[in-house]
Design a protein around this ligand. Sequence first.
Ligand code: NAD
Length: 481
Amino acid sequence: MENIFNYIDGQLVKPVSGNYLDNYNPAEGKVYSLIPDSDKKDVENAIDVAKRAFPDWSGLSITERGNILNKVADFIDRDHEKLALAESIDNGKPLKLAKSVDIPRASANMRFYATAIQHFASEAHIPDDQFINYTTRKPVGVAGCISPWNLPLYLFTWKIAPALAAGNTVVAKPSEITPMTAFLFSKLCIEAGMPKGVLNIIHGLGSKTGQAIIEHPDTPLISFTGGTETGKRIAATAAPMFKKLSLELGGKNPNIIFADCDFDQALSTSVMSSFANQGQICLCGSRIFVERTIYDRFVKEFVDKVENLTVGDPLEETTKMGAVVSEPHMEKVLSYIDLAKKEGGKVEIGGNQIKLEGRCAEGYFIAPTVITGLNHACRTNQEEIFGPVVTIMPFDSEEEVVSYANSTAYGLAATIWTENLKKAHRVADKVKSGIIWVNCWLVRDLRTPFGGMKQSGVGREGGWEALRFFTEPKNICINTK
Ligand code: NAD
């Protein structure tokens, strides 16, 4: 059984209390490692050292900071196979997916911000011959970075990299459900010569460890990715303390398919956008709206394709879908399938837990599930399920589908399928989402602003947005006469 340690002041350390939590392998339904059940004391220790490390780290040149981030990225690349295996075991995702998406993106995040900071300049205005205005952008201090379990190292590094590149020091908490790659990452930071105290990684429960990071008076920056309910609690704590807050929250993303789309492309990408990572990507489309004239054909061919999605051992090459992340999460997803049936939905395929044989006999597997016959306003179509469950509904007009798409409390992502350019622009303009993909899905350019509208979040990550968030601007105005 591998014990996970906290990473504080450049060292791997046990939690002060000596208490640990079980960490499960979701494909086997078994505890396979222990993680620190850290409390306020561990968080205070980490914030103390991060505060002490701040002057030196922020005083380094951007090249020196970037070199260290790039070195960590080199080690991620070197350990690609090991990290991908660890991510798959910890999360239940197919190893193939961890190898092709999660780990390469973690390294890309580090490299992107190691170099982005070199190009980050602030505004200067010389509007007349008397006054010169310029702006400085300085790092703020200790950033608290909290991430979820669905894309563990991918989203963890997406916060840490810009925070560190901008010159802040960091106290970070990965999800207690998927802590392993963050632990391995802490070892890589030590190897890469990350100065002591610059990055500190504390493991533990959200309500205890996470809450202690948010409540601490010396974390003026909070960057959080997770559920909308957790986001509300974090905002309630951080807002009266006037912390800078970035919240990346839940979604209930619409996938709008017009009859004039490239049918085959829309169909195969929609299967992927429904079930990739077991539907546990905040950007997965979970409500598919199909123009009525192609609705029957789409449902039939969609179900045919879903039938071929192999649910299996995440470590097998042929597996398309692995385990969902935990037993409570599996129960939650199954309870939504029950709700859908009660609301009058017809399960076209799936709808049940899958029992595999051998090593995965006790794992948390759910069949990819397609539901039709529901109204856009029912709970199944309004609440985030975050699992391998999609609904398909017909529509007749553009106005109607835009109103369905915008009918939830969320506004994270949307996908539009049409070959009509004018229609694509019109609909993209009207759908309230932080990102709209037209005839594609999950294409992420790290330079663009990323985040959600409405209850999907506050603020944006990515590109300059993250570097703006992790710095404080100051306008200096000089009278030259
Ligand atoms: P979660 O909100 O339960 O937990 C996220 C993180 O917050 C974990 O590290 C957890 O320990 C911590 N946490 C929990 N309570 C806390 C508290 N009171 N104070 C501080 N930290 C606390 O979310 P989850 O179940 O891990 O992740 C799934 C959710 O994340 C889904 O809603 C999904 O849509 C969302 N998500 C959003 C994005 C995005 O970019 N918008 C990306 C990925 C996931």
